[in-house]
Design a protein around this ligand. Structure first.
Ligand code: SAM
Length: 231
């Protein structure tokens, strides 16, 4: 079972997020457990301060290191990257991180525990990235207001790659990025919609021809939308 712990100042953000579809089924089957924790519960001052002004000046606030180190210590049992047990990953969501890929998600899916740290404001004190986390991950080249939507993306991409999480009706091995290409186009009924016809070959029942059409269509779509993947 993969244990996922989210460290956030907005735990309610995740209240119903894992009650749908594949993640709900995976939780019910004990393939994954997910819990959001309030960063403020690891503060010791009476105002439960999690942020402070940046050294050197400038706009905004920065999430303080002490509560984050304390949270990771209590959830993952370590205060430094090198002390984190094999199989555990402590992930900082950050636009400055490595871009999330299917292969990183597959790697996360094999771990025993994933601790996700959600930043806010101007970000997180850099000592967290320097000394604590095993992975700094971005979900794309744009800036979100907080790490929470990024944590949802990481969890969703990861959970569907846990063996048994996808029903027999879906297989991760034919999806986009599994073989370096985008997925082939899918069609369902009706065969003609507003004058647009489903490709004839898909209606023939000829499996070899259908497989060839799908391979070529996947290559054409990848060339058109993501030529970088073909390099
Ligand atoms: N000052 C930071 C910068 O320019 O790189 C942006 C901070 S952002 C407003 C606040 C938080 O949102 C970040 O600490 C991070 O946790 C999260 N975040 C924003 N964009 C993200 C992205 N593309 N991927 C993952 N997390 C992101």
């Amino acid at each position: 079972m993969l244990r996922v712990d989210i460290i956030t100042i907005f735990p309610d953000y995740f209240r119903e997020a894992f009650d749908y579809g594949i993640i709900r089924r995976a939780r019910a089957a004990n393939l994954v457990s997910v819990q959001a924790h309030d960063l403020r519960s690891w503060t010791s001052d009476k105002h439960h301060m999690v942020d402070d002004r940046p050294f050197g000046g400038g706009d905004g606030m920065v999430l303080k290191p002490e509560p984050i180190f304390a949270a990771v210590e209590s959830l993952a049992g370590a205060r430094r990257r090198e002390e984190i047990a094999t199989g555990k990953r402590v992930v900082l969501l950050s636009p400055q991180g490595q871009p999330l890929t299917q292969s990183i998600a597959a790697d996360f899916a094999k771990s025993a525990q994933l601790v996700l740290i959600c930043g806010r404001y101007e970000g997180v004190d850099e000592r967290v990235a320097d000394a604590l986390v095993t992975d700094e991950v971005s979900i794309g080249d744009y800036v979100l207001s907080g790490g929470e939507p990024a944590a949802l993306v990481v969890i969703d991409a990861t959970v569907r790659l846990i063996p048994g999480a996808l029903g027999s009706e879906t297989s991760a091995t034919t999806e986009s990025f599994s073989d370096g290409l985008l997925d082939y186009p899918h069609y369902t009924r009706p065969p003609v919609f507003e004058g647009m016809r489903v490709p004839e070959v898909l209606l023939t029942g000829h499996h070899a021809e259908i497989a060839r059409w799908r391979r070529e269509a996947a290559q054409a779509k990848t060339r058109r939308n993501r030529p970088d993947l073909l390099k």
